[in-house]
Ligand binder design. Structure first.
Ligand SMILES: Cc1cc2nc3c(=O)[nH]c(=O)nc-3n(C[C@H](O)[C@H](O)[C@H](O)COP(=O)(O)O)c2cc1C
Ligand SMILES: [Mn+2]
Length: 488
């Protein structure tokens, strides 16, 4: 198996998309694809690539119907260089390196940068000249923003937010941005609308991987993800100010659209449907306010990042190290002791199934962990199931977690069900009536699959060979037995 990149390589790559591509090429993890069709074919190839746990970086060139040097780059967020190893150690390393909200690095303003190599203004703007995939057959149109940054600024403070929200193409100067209720970009947009003003906004497509990472994580309200990204890469992110909005734009980004989200009564389009990460088309096509594009900035031969959702069961999609680290940080920050691991179970994507391992220290300890995880910022949105287990369970293994459920959980006495929790349009189980009433909440379950504290020392002993003895025996027999020798 190919080794993960060195720390130095990785940290440089996270701050520099073009180096990221070069490094992946050197490591044999880049697949260049010539002549694919952005209508369905690119999406199908992408989904095929997710059969691997570490999918290759896909670089599409000579995309059908587009100028040859407008390229699309996929799988940045799932690639080996980005995720490192998919194990608990990766989460621990990420936490140790992270704490990025605690030591933000403000961006550094520069006069110009590669993003200014081409600036297209006003009526010359033609968004449709750039390749945007129609990723799945049921989609309502092409989406140029999937692995993107949406930047807007609170009108009443200095807070500049950066989030990843999907962006659909409707015309040469018309996009829509889909924010779920409660997401920061939406809270900010609505403040402009409340004043009767359009919301200034920048959409970046193609950015340093650390920026994409920070944009997709649930940073705290009021925290700028530009500063979090600076902390992640250990230096300030260079930004230029947009000509019409004054918003910061990463100076080495590949492409940026700048303009305004008009109040919905001025111009709206039908957004969606769109194949979502839950594995469904749950959000009904609906009216979404138009973002009118006044400027396009792009580098020469831009590489547009894309990462459309797929069903969360593909092996190549199980890469949520940053999200897991953020949840663990939040649980500890709330004062829960003895947490030995946090994980997201296969099949639940980055949100649905939280697993927390604890070394039980007192009565009610498991409850603390479960309740906090269910309500914490990085766990609350669509965190439908939280499972608390003892520290002897390997929570990176679905089978081990299911074993804990099967053997340590009494459904009636070791379960909490909590109503009225944060959900969104994407949630497949929201009923038509709830959607009609804009009732975006539903229940959560917390499963305490732990040995009951009061008699945990009398709980039946676990059936297993002692680890140290097992290693001794393995060493003794290794060369004689094929099933030991040929083990990967
Ligand atoms: C590839 C990708 C696409 C996403 N698309 C959306 C989206 O369309 N709408 C949305 O509300 N959140 C979307 N998210 C999740 C948000 O990026 C995430 O909740 C983030 O925390 C939002 O930033 P905020 O906390 O500043 O609001 C997406 C995440 C990823 C990784
Ligand atoms: Mn935010």
């Amino acid at each position: 198996m190919i080794q993960p990149p060195t720390d130095a390589e990785r940290s440089r790559a996270l701050g520099d998309l073009r180096y990221f591509v070069e490094l992946s090429r050197e490591r044999g993890e880049l697949e260049v694809i010539e002549g694919a069709d952005p209508y369905l074919e690119m999406g199908a190839l992408y989904e095929l690539s997710l059969r691997d746990t570490y999918p290759p970086l896909l670089l599409f060139r000579n995309i059908k119907g587009h100028a040859p040097d407008y390229e699309v780059l996929m799988n940045v967020r799932f690639s080996r260089v980005f995720v490192g190893d998919l194990d608990m150690q990766a989460v621990k390393d990420r936490r140790a390196a992270g704490k990025w909200e605690a030591k933000p690095v403000p961006p550094h303003v520069v006069e110009t940068g590669p993003i200014c190599e081409n600036i297209i203004r006003g009526d010359d703007v033609r968004v449709t000249q750039f390749p945007a995939g129609t990723w799945h057959a049921g989609d309502g149109g092409p989406y140029i923003g999937t692995d993107c940054l949406v930047i807007n600024k609170d009108p009443d403070s200095d807070w500049t937010n950066v989030g990843t929200y999907r962006v659909q193409v409707h015309g040469d100067r018309e996009l829509t941005v889909f924010f779920e209720p409660g997401k920061h970009g939406r809270v900010i947009r609505d403040r402009y609308w409340a004043k009767g003003e359009p919301c200034p906004v920048v959409v970046v497509v193609g950015q340093a991987p650390a920026l994409g990472d920070a944009a997709a994580l649930s940073s705290r309200y009021g925290v700028s993800e530009l500063e979090s990204a600076g902390s992640l890469i250990g230096r300030a992110v260079d930004v230029v100010y947009g000509e019409v909005t004054g918003l910061p734009i990463p100076a080495d980004a590949e492409m940026a659209f700048e303009g305004f989200i008009l109040p919905p009564d001025v111009d709206s389009r039908i957004e969606g449907p769109f194949a979502e990460w839950t594995g469904y088309y749950a959000t009904a096509p609906h009216k979404e306010a138009v973002m009118r594009v006044d400027r396009v900035y792009h580098r020469n031969a831009p590489m547009l990042c894309a990462q459309p959702p797929t069903k969360p069961t593909f092996p190549g999609r199980q890469t949520y190290i940053g999200w897991i680290a953020a949840l663990w940080d939040a649980i500890e920050a709330a004062g829960v002791p003895g947490v030995t691991g946090v994980w997201k179970m296969l099949g639940g994507g980055a949100r649905f199934i939280n697993v927390i391992a604890i070394k039980q220290m007192h009565e009610g300890h498991a409850k603390m962990a479960g309740l906090v995880a269910t309500g914490a910022g990085p766990g609350a949105f669509l965190g439908r199931i939280t499972i608390v287990v003892d520290d002897d369970i390997d929570i990176t293994s679905n089978a081990e977690v299911m074993w804990a459920l099967a053997t340590r959980w009494d459904p009636r006495t070791q379960t909490d069900i909590i109503d009225g929790c944060w959900s969104g349009n994407l949630d497949p189980v929201l009923s038509p009536a709830q959607r009609a009433a804009d009732e975006m909440v539903n229940s959560r379950i917390i499963i305490y699959a732990v040995k009951p504290f009061a008699w945990k020392d009398r709980f039946p002993a676990v059936n297993t060979v002692d680890v140290t003895y097992s290693r001794e025996v393995e060493a003794k027999w290794h060369d004689k037995l094929a099933f030991l020798r040929d083990r990967a």
